[in-house]
Design a protein around this ligand. Structure first.
Ligand code: CTP
Ligand code: MG
Length: 236
């Protein structure tokens, strides 16, 4: 086993436009606590994680209150006020800010604040599977629905073979220097990558897919809120 450490980096600088609440969705209360508090608590409680970094926007007005109300996060979580205009830039800004604190070969687990259903068991499963991997990888779910590609009029153009198709989740886990290099290159090429794995793929590498869980879905639309609360209440 290598001596690399594991760090969590949580991009939480979005506004949650599609959810349409009156506060950014990562602060929306779910099962009694802000969505982001669930995520931070899960990582802070995972002994395999050395430290947790959360990236919020420079004018965030909610994180101080969240941290003040959560003494169990003190010393385990650091807040970075340097979020960018897109998720990818928030992650990149966070990576640059933590450069003095992490080693090139340390693993970074990037996880969406909007996936509060993540569990310690899923974190352990991901790390156990990938700790000796030369590339890294991500949690993902095999697609179960039959997939249709549509034309402009919403008529089926084609049924897409779903065998071998996966829906990407987070955490996505890569070594620090590889991840930084991949994201900087994707940004320079102006490639439309939406996740860390996509940036690593642009380097010609093949991230490993590790089976996640439906409870780790991304809270995106208003109807997702009730389902997220159901999963979060289940665990307590
Ligand atoms: N995120 C970020 N910085 C941005 C945009 C998004 O850190 N400029 C974060 C979000 O806070 C979230 C994660 O990236 O934790 C996934 O993004 P998404 O679900 O799209 O959240 P939002 O961008 O906030 O939502 P929407 O796209 O509906 O506005
Ligand atoms: Mg978004």
């Amino acid at each position: 086993m290598s001596s690399s450490r594991y760090f969590a980096l949580i991009p939480a600088a979005g506004i949650g436009a599609r959810l349409g609440a009156d506060i950014p969705k990562q602060y929306m209360p779910l099962a009694g606590r802000p969505m982001l508090a669930h995520v931070l608590t899960t990582f802070a409680a995972a002994s395999v994680i050395s430290h947790v970094f959360v990236v919020v926007s420079g004018d965030d007005g909610y994180i101080d209150e969240l941290m003040a109300a959560a003494p169990h996060l003190q010393g385990r979580v650091s807040v970075l006020f340097n979020g960018g205009p897109s998720r990818r830039e928030s992650v990149l800004n966070g990576l640059q800010a933590i450069r003095p604190l992490v080693g090139d070969d340390d693993w970074i687990l990037v996880h969406d604040a909007a996936r509060p259903g993540l569990t310690g068991g899923l974190i352990e499963h991901l790390i156990e599977t990938l700790q000796d991997d030369p590339v890294g990888g991500l949690l993902a779910l095999p697609v179960v629905d039959t997939l249709k590609r549509s034309d402009q009029q919403a008529r089926v153009q084609q049924t897409v073979e779903r065998t071998a198709l996966w829906a990407a989740q987070t955490p996505q886990m890569f070594r620090y220097s590889l991840l930084l290099r991949a994201l900087m290159r994707a940004l320079a090429l102006a490639e439309a990558v939406t996740d860390e794995a996509g940036a690593v793929e642009l380097l010609g590498l093949q991230p490993r897919l590790v089976e996640g869980s439906p409870r780790n879905f991304k809270v995106t639309l208003p109807h997702d809120v009730a389902l997220a609360e159901m999963f979060l209440k289940e665990e307590s």
